[in-house]
Design a protein around this ligand. Structure first.
Ligand SMILES: Nc1ncnc2c1ncn2[C@@H]1O[C@H](COP(=O)(O)OP(=O)(O)O)[C@@H](O)[C@H]1O
Ligand SMILES: [Mg+2]
Length: 328
């Protein structure tokens, strides 16, 4: 459904050039739900805007929904639905009007647009909200309306840019269900961007990790996690014993990446569960008391950390509000 080669885009502002996307290759097959995961500023929106014909690539080529991006942008537009980061509704329209307008934009007759709108209102759990001004909708309702709008012309390929950013956990879970249903019941192919690890992990068949305009890894969530070597173990120990504890941990078979923070030692081992009894015995033998212990299976954040040397969780603390302003 999507095939891109060497897709690149740079921006020049005030004499400074930013290479936002540096030659991205990607392939998405029919029926796949693919996530584009990366921190703020990684180049996700820029890539999506190129693939949806909203932004001209500086270099590269792509076929989207069977149409050539550069030679047949109109063909691409007819075949895709797009939900922009932050959504696209204006606020002063009613839900039904918004859907009707969108339908008319895609060449539907008024009657067809209204009928299609009514069907989508049902499908996205917006029943009873037809006459509401869109600005009075909750965050989750508004995102569902954005999705309904993107579906008005029955596209088989959808692009969602950060579909759940800014939503509370319950609305996010609800939206995930809708997204799964789009693929499961309606056979839609989905390409979505996210900076949420849990979203990529639980929703996507396959993930492309983007950082600094380049794809740094790709695979299923499990295959990505299996690249990280082993479980993470963190043990808390009594004051003044942390250096000795780190030494003990470092001698466990297969232990690596040993670090200490305050009175805790962290390291990786191939199997956390089998390493623990051994660690306990070794600490005991040195008279070191263990005050707490935690074993973690590798997460997508570990994958990101391994690949880029930075934690995506930290990047998440960044300033999404400022980043949004860039797109405005
Ligand atoms: N219109 C623009 N003009 C200048 N720089 C831009 C523009 N759009 C995006 N950028 C820059 O390109 C980089 C990638 O941005 P973006 O694609 O929005 O990232 P993401 O969606 O992953 O947060 C950032 O450094 C951003 O500041
Ligand atoms: Mg973005």
């Amino acid at each position: 459904m999507i095939r891109a080669r060497g897709l690149a885009r740079s921006f020049t502002a005030r004499g400074r050039t930013v290479e936002a996307v540096k030659g991205v290759d990607l392939d998405v097959a029919e029926g796949e739900l693919v996530g584009f995961l990366g921190p703020n500023g990684a180049g996700k929106t820029t890539t999506l805007r190129m693939l949806t014909t909203l932004l001209r690539p500086t270099a590269g080529e792509a076929t989207v929904g069977g149409c050539d991006l550069l030679a047949d942008p109109l063909g691409v537009r007819r075949r895709i639905g797009y939900v922009a980061q932050g959504g696209g509704t204006t606020g002063e329209c009613r839900v039904q009007e918004e859907l009707e307008l969108q339908g008319r934009l895609y060449g539907l007759t008024k009657a067809d647009a209204l009928a299609r709108g009514a069907e989508l209102v049902e499908r996205l759990d917006l029943a009873g909200l037809d006459q509401r001004l869109t600005k009075t909708l909750s965050g989750g309702q508004r995102r569902r309306l954005d999705i309904a709008l993107s579906l008005i012309h029955d596209p088989k390929l959808l692009f969602f840019d950060e579909p759940t950013t800014g939503l509370d956990p319950q609305s996010r879970a609800n939206l995930w269900e809708h997204i799964r249903r789009l693929r499961g019941e309606h056979g839609v192919t989905l390409f979505l961007t996210t900076h949420y690890l849990d979203e990529a992990d639980s929703l996507c068949d396959r993930i492309l990790v983007i950082d600094n305009g380049e794809i740094v890894a790709e695979g299923t969530p499990d295959s990505l996690k299996s690249r990280v070597s082993g479980d993470g173990v963190t043990v808390g120990v009594g004051e003044g014993t942390v250096a000795a504890a780190a030494e003990v941990a470092g001698r466990l078979p297969g232990a690596h990446e040993v670090t200490t923070v305050d009175s805790s030692v962290s390291f990786r081992v191939p199997r956390g569960d089998t390493a623990l009894p051994e660690l306990l015995r070794a600490l005991d033998a040195r008279g070191i008391a263990m005050t707490s212990v935690q074993v973690r299976r590798p997460t997508l954040d570990d994958v990101f950390l391994t690949l880029t040397g930075r934690s995506l969780r930290d990047a998440e603390q960044g300033a999404p509000a400022e980043q949004e302003a860039v797109h405005a």
